[in-house]
Structure formats: structure tokens, C-alpha cells
Design a binder for this molecule. Structure first.
Ligand code: ZN
Length: 136
């Protein structure tokens, strides 16, 4: 299937992950699921559960990645929204056939975690849209 199944998560760019984690966990009260370094995406990620969806905090590992560029241009805040798909590759193909600009020519596989691609904000009216198939 190549249509979105649900809202997977909202991605939020942060400058300081541990401060942001304590805000979302201790003040807002979300359940922290994991903290992981994803070298492929040049970020450290904290994932929180909210019902059937998640909040993903993204802290850049270096000053030259996509999230670091976002932070220096726009400051901390909502970076992308992500939809769950049963098949990230066929979803990417379908969206490309519909004339949308995809960030990766093929899905990026983060072993054991997920397959992802992104629809460029140029194609969506300003929202970076992540295509996710969860492998975990
Ligand atoms: Zn994401």
C-alpha cells in the first residue's frame, strides 16, 4: 500500500537535547521511549510516545547537517511531520509519479529502525513531509 496510514510523529529541531528532554518528560509529562544517535541523518534523536503517535526531538551532531542549517536559519521549532506507510519505497514512487519532489532518490534505510524518505517543502506548501516505514 502506498497511502499514508497515520500520523507517525512530529519532528522538532532543538539546540539542546537534554534540556528539551526534561521539558517534554518532566513538565509536559510525555513518556520517553528512546534516545539514539543516527549517524546517517547526522542527529541525536529523542522519541516520546503520545497515544499512537510520537514526538521526535532532533539535535544536530555537527554544525553542517540539515537540522543544524534549519536551526541557524529558523531557530528551534517544528521541523517536519511524518506519516506512516506500509511500504516507504512504493509511497515514494507514487508521490514522485504525482510530480512531488523527493529528497532521496531511493529510501534511506536505518537498519533495524526504519526506512525513510522526505517530500521537499517546495512540493507541499512549506512543510517537510517524512515518509516512514517502521522496522522495529
Ligand atoms: Zn522524523
Amino acid at each position: 500500500m502506498s497511502l499514508p496510514l497515520k500520523l507517525d510523529h512530529i519532528g522538532i529541531a532543538v539546540r539542546n537535547l537534554s534540556e528539551a528532554i526534561s521539558m517534554y518528560r518532566d513538565k509536559i509529562g510525555l513518556e520517553l521511549l528512546s534516545v539514539e544517535e543516527v549517524k546517517e541523518e547526522n542527529v541525536r534523536i529523542a522519541m516520546f510516545r503520545i497515544g499512537d503517535s510520537r514526538i521526535e526531538l532532533l539535535e544536530p551532531l555537527t554544525a553542517d547537517g540539515a537540522v543544524a542549517r534549519f536551526l541557524s536559519k529558523r531557530g528551534p521549532g517544528i521541523h517536519h511531520i511524518a506519516f506512516t506507510y506500509a511500504d516507504a519505497r512504493s509511497a515514494s514512487d507514487r508521490l514522485r509519479e504525482k510530480g512531488m519532489k523527493l529528497v532521496y532518490s531511493d529510501v534511506e534505510v536505518i537498519p533495524g529502525l526504519r526506512e525513510v524518505n522526505f517530500v521537499h517543502p517546495e512540493s507541499t506548501g512549506g512543510v517537510l513531509l517524512e515518509i516512514v516505514k517502521r522496522l522495529e
